[in-house]
Write a protein that binds this ligand. Structure first.
Ligand code: FES
Length: 237
């Protein structure tokens, strides 16, 4: 039997084994830590920072930070919830997220995370309103980077599971976006059957399958029925 140790998470005792991240150990114990760039089956990337926690007083990303024996981890404190709200707010202000007309509404992890964190209105940040063309060149797939949050899940799925490298980051800083390995999607070897195109990979409405629009009616979608991660935590102050 593998060696295990324990650490404290918001006062509860969590078991872990060497090499497990804080998030993996919490998941195994049934304790949810919010996340956007991380999802089951993909190597953690540690980029969105929504999984921020404090370990022994230092802020770390729970998805990439290995759990440590006897450490004290805080997750659902007012301070950390405030960090998560700011991170999620900035994503809304950075892209063009028009939830009421988005095909992903109700199954969008960004939208659901905002609800979980009690974000119900625009806030202090300016809307950047970037101009990003929609790539509808492929017969089965649309890529709308207006809704992209740069989580890299499509990049990792295409590279590590499909073995295709269809998607990649291009540009720097504020101009960084997800591009494809061709002039447009139709110019790549992407397929509707690729893991990268499955609905659970893109957390928002950036990758859309043509011909399946609103296949589950609004009001009956995943996060219409239950909040992301279970019980909602905290309300916007
Ligand atoms: Fe950990 Fe995004 S889920 S950084």
């Amino acid at each position: 039997m593998a060696e295990t140790f324990t650490f404290s998470l918001d006062g509860g005792k969590i078991s872990a084994h060497p090499g497990q991240s804080i998030m993996e150990a919490a998941d195994a114990a049934g304790v949810y830590i919010p996340r956007l760039c991380d999802t089951e089956g993909l190597k953690p990337q540690g980029s969105c920072r929504v999984c921020v926690v404090k370990m022994n007083g230092r802020t770390v990303a729970a998805c990439t930070q290995p759990a440590k024996a006897d450490s004290v981890v805080e997750s659902e404190t007012p301070e950390i919830l405030g960090y998560r709200r700011d991170l999620v707010r900035m994503l809304f202000h950075e892209g063009n997220h028009l939830c009421p007309i988005c095909e992903a509404s109700g199954r969008c992890e960004l939208q659901a995370m905002a609800y979980r964190l009690g974000i119900t209105q625009s806030t202090k940040y300016p809307y950047l309103q970037p101009v990003r063309p929609v790539d509808a060149s492929h017969p089965d797939i649309v890529l709308d980077t207006n809704r992209c949050i740069l989580c890299g899940r499509c990049i990792r799925a295409s590279r590590d599971i499909d073995g295709k490298n269809v998607f990649e980051y291009v540009g720097r800083g504020i101009h960084k976006k997800v591009g494809v390995n061709g002039d447009n999607l139709a110019d790549t070897n992407v397929s509707i059957d690729d893991r990268a195109i499955h609905l659970d990979i893109c957390p928002v409405g950036c990758i859309i399958q043509k011909g399946r629009g609103f296949f589950t009616p609004i009001g009956k979608r995943q996060f219409d029925l239950a909040p992301i991660g279970g019980e909602e935590k905290g309300h916007e102050e």
